[in-house]
Design a protein around this ligand. Structure first.
Ligand SMILES: [Zn+2]
Ligand SMILES: [Zn+2]
Length: 188
């Protein structure tokens, strides 16, 4: 049995290694979609099983990565954007009409990831999307309603895609967070 992870992951077709260096994201509204441009490649692109990331209908994972916030520009539909939860570390700016999250932003300058915005590569125009490199917060899909008994199969499915399933972020990002915490603690 296979579980619907995410349309792009399930098709195993939508993601291609690419020299992608920017583009435009659109929400799902047929009329007057929110449009956001990014002027750089998407880094750390990954599948995320947390309960906060936006996911397409029926998917248990989001696909999300980071870009420098300075290169993120809302070019249409600003008036339709709303912050999902002001209290979250990552403030997710969503289209209030279709619910799609256009970008997530960290406003706390002391956070390790301050300066980076989180975006969903699948919202890019065209199919030239960087492939996800790993799966994060896999165990959290249980919180989202997946039967715990399916988890072995889900992790197997993720590995078959060539991705490592992690229950937090990948080692690179976890090390980044820990390094930042050490430096903050030992700052003169
Ligand atoms: Zn929309
Ligand atoms: Zn997430």
């Amino acid at each position: 049995m296979t579980i619907a992870l995410h349309p792009a992951l399930d098709a195993d077709l939508s993601f291609h290694p690419t020299a992608f260096t920017g583009g435009a994201l659109s929400c799902h509204c047929q009329a007057d979609p929110v449009r956001v441009t990014i002027d750089s490649a998407i880094a750390h692109n990954h599948a995320c099983g947390c309960t906060k990331c936006w996911k397409p209908q029926g998917a248990v994972f989001a696909v999300i990565g980071v870009v420098p916030r300075d290169g993120v520009t809302v070019v249409a539909g600003q008036e339709k954007l709303t912050i999902v939860d002001q209290k979250m570390t990552i403030q997710r700016h969503a289209c209030r009409a279709c619910g799609v999250h256009m970008y997530g932003r960290i406003e706390d300058p002391s956070h390790a990831f301050f300066g980076l915005d989180f975006v969903h590569a699948e919202l890019l125009d065209g199919s030239e999307v960087p492939p996800p490199g790993f799966a994060a917060f896999v165990s959290s899909i249980i919180e989202g309603g997946v039967d715990p008994g399916e988890m072995n199969a889900v992790r197997e499915q993720i590995r078959r895609l060539g991705l490592e399933p992690y229950d937090c972020l990948d080692p690179v990002l976890m090390d980044t967070l820990a390094t930042h915490a050490f430096r903050q603690r030992h700052a003169a």
